[in-house]
Design a binder for this molecule. Sequence first.
Ligand SMILES: [Zn+2]
Ligand SMILES: [Zn+2]
Length: 242
Amino acid sequence: MNLWKRLLNLLLPPRCIKCGKILSEKNALCADCFKQINFIGKPFCHCCGTPFKSEKNLKFAKKQLCANCLKQKRHLFSLQRSCFVYDDFSKSLIINLKFNDCTADAETLAAMLYNAGKDIWDDQPDILIPVPLHKKRLLKRKYNQSALLVKYLSARTFIKADYLSLIRQENTIPQVQLKGKARRNNLKHAFAVAKPQNIKNKKVVLVDDVMTTGSTLNECAKVLLKNGAAAVYSLTLARTED
Ligand SMILES: [Zn+2]
Ligand SMILES: [Zn+2]
């Protein structure tokens, strides 16, 4: 470690992004907090990433699909992956990222996204696209947490980040305030592709913080495929348990 770095570490020691405990490494979680994250590990559906429950001792085929994916002839997403389950603990991590200007957290969380996306990287995608925020909300919040994740993910994977091609058109009501059909209607026509030439014949990875019903990601994927994307993948930090 050079002198400058050592001095900086003395003045501003790295802390756990969750509990604030002083750490030896920069931008990470302490062991206690790390243990509390409910990571999504194998076995899960090779296509949609849904974990297979209560069958931990059963042997699964390498690319096992869930009943839902087996039923579908055409898949909107080539693959979907998430790092961890959306629960009280991960919720607070994501809220920090979203509202408290904890932009340094994005680097740690992007490293987790990178690990969860292994099967996606094997397919050699061409671009990373964050689920966009509407201009008005972006002004209010100052940054898009998903774009921040994409920035660090792009630095790790050397895959191009594209912040301009997919846009959010209407200032929709936050999805969390709605349910079922109202959710889907709220999103219709919410997304558009501003620069179709950028995504034409490209394999696109959509990145977001949380997947709940998946309707936001679905709408984005539909619009991207309609505008010529060759394939769409989704990669999120958290997903709700069914
Ligand atoms: Zn901690
Ligand atoms: Zn599935």
